[in-house]
Ligand binder design. Structure first.
Ligand SMILES: Nc1ncnc2c1ncn2[C@@H]1O[C@H](COP(=O)(O)OP(=O)(O)OP(=O)(O)O)[C@@H](O)[C@H]1O
Ligand SMILES: [Mg+2]
Length: 407
């Protein structure tokens, strides 16, 4: 590990490309130029880079939770506070331990790490971990996203440019099309590409060898991955929501990097409203800093009262729900008598995309016990009624039990 290793600035230019390659430099010289692979439209490039590097606009990002107040400056800060080494990567200790073992073993054999699938809700650190792994392996990482790999030549181009030990990171891997998947199978298994040469009777399949590389796939929906693709990953890990203490450590680390003073209690107050998610924790930290600068002139320390006052003002409630979450839960209670209500009905009443609702809003609400998924749809729980200050309807416990039994 070398502290001086730096992540280069990644220029998002309107040129055509399918993947961004990041080379980790071990000196403090200017970042190496970013290589671009393959001809693809500007939109695809921007989508790939945004999605891969976290500043995503489509799936995976929620409109609420102060996202709309993010600026380009915030997005730049995001890359400064992203941990660069496994030691800086806070929490997920079981996952880190086994990755460390994998890394040590791969290094001692001077081989590439096994292909790795990371899954879990948005903002928990999948992209970050992929970059950390590449950095720890001293390898370059090619970052792309499945929607950018529409045509066979997109994925072929990237695979042909792999070097021994390189990491290929494919975000939203559950969205890969069939053709791209089939190209990946021999590439992952045998480190080879099967190219068809000629037409008709004279058709031949030519096997082109590839260097040993590591594919890291990330997805918010492991269930949507095809079986054959999932089976080709040697390591499959789920990222879990973070504890308040872990989030508070993440906040204190980010505060140090951003030159923000925060007390442990102030950090914990932000952590407790961060929905178990580092991306949200960092975002709330920046908003509390803004609040302090505007409303508390003269104060420089984020302490507990300031953190609470700011987050109350931003309408983030004590367990981290924002107005959209509360509106969703209220809808289930008020419009659908506590449910069950189907995902599509709920989404259209809320004016949201069902996939965003399922992948972005629901995981935390499920984990917090504020929503249940049953075969007949979503239902409110006793916690939902209590948290929002509603009285439990008569017969609620019996009805809930029936729903659970039928699920
Ligand atoms: N373990 C961690 N320690 C410290 N900071 C973290 C950790 N995990 C994530 N972060 C911070 O949270 C931010 C979001 O992480 P990241 O972009 O890796 O999430 P993701 O799982 O890829 O999300 P998505 O599914 O939306 O792509 C990062 O910029 C990073 O600063
Ligand atoms: Mg990501």
């Amino acid at each position: 590990m070398n502290d001086r290793r730096k992540l280069p600035v990644i220029p998002i230019s309107p040129e055509k490309c399918t993947a961004v390659t990041i080379q980790f430099s071990s000196d403090s010289s200017a970042p190496k130029p970013v290589k671009k692979t393959g001809p693809v439209s500007t939109e695809q490039l921007q989508a790939a880079v945004r999605q891969a590097l976290g500043a995503k606009a489509s799936l995976g990002e929620r409109p609420g939770l102060l996202k709309d107040t993010e600026t380009a400056y915030d997005n730049r800060l995001e890359s400064t506070i992203r941990p660069k080494t496994l030691a800086d990567y806070i929490g997920q200790s079981a996952l880190k331990d086994s990755i460390q073992i994998g890394l040590d073993a791969a290094k001692s054999r001077a081989e590439a790490l096994d292909h790795l699938l990371l899954y879990g809700p948005p903002g928990l650190g999948k992209t970050t971990l992929a970059m950390v792994i590449a950095q720890e392996m001293g390898a370059e990482i090619h970052i792309t996203s499945a929607p950018a790999l529409e045509r066979p030549r997109d994925i072929l181009g990237i695979l042909m440019s792999m070097k021994p030990g390189s990491v290929l990171f494919i975000d939203e891997i559950h969205r890969l099309n069939k053709v791209a998947e089939e190209i990946l199978y021999p590439a992952m298994e045998d480190f080879a590409l099967d190219r068809t040469i000629g037409k008709g009777e004279g058709t031949k399949i030519l096997r082109v060898p590839l260097p040993r590389f590591t594919l890291i796939g990330a997805t918010t929906k492991a269930g949507s991955l095809s079986g054959p693709l999932r089976d080709r990953f040697g390591l499959i890990y789920r990222l879990n929501f973070y504890s308040e203490q872990e989030l508070s450590n993440i906040i204190l680390r980010s505060a140090r990097i951003l030159n923000i003073e925060a007390s442990p209690e102030g950090a914990l107050a932000i952590a407790s409203r961060s929905r178990g998610t580092p991306r949200i924790a960092n975002r709330l930290l920046r908003r509390v800093r803004d609040f302090m600068a505007v409303k508390k002139a003269g104060e420089t320390l984020i302490n507990e009262p300031i953190a609470r006052e700011a987050l109350d003002l931003f309408d983030i409630d004590p367990i981290g729900l924002d107005p959209t979450d509360r509106q969703l839960l209220k809808l289930i209670i008020e419009n659908f008598s506590g449910g069950p209500v189907g995902l599509d009905t709920l989404a259209s009443t809320l004016g949201e995309d069902p996939r965003t609702l399922e992948d972005v809003y629901e995981p935390y609400l499920l984990q917090a016990g504020l929503i249940n998924r049953t075969p007949r749809g979503r239902t409110a729980t006793g916690n939902t009624y209590r948290h929002l200050g509603y009285r439990l309807p008569a017969g609620f416990a019996e009805q809930a039990q029936l729903e659970l039994e039928s699920s």
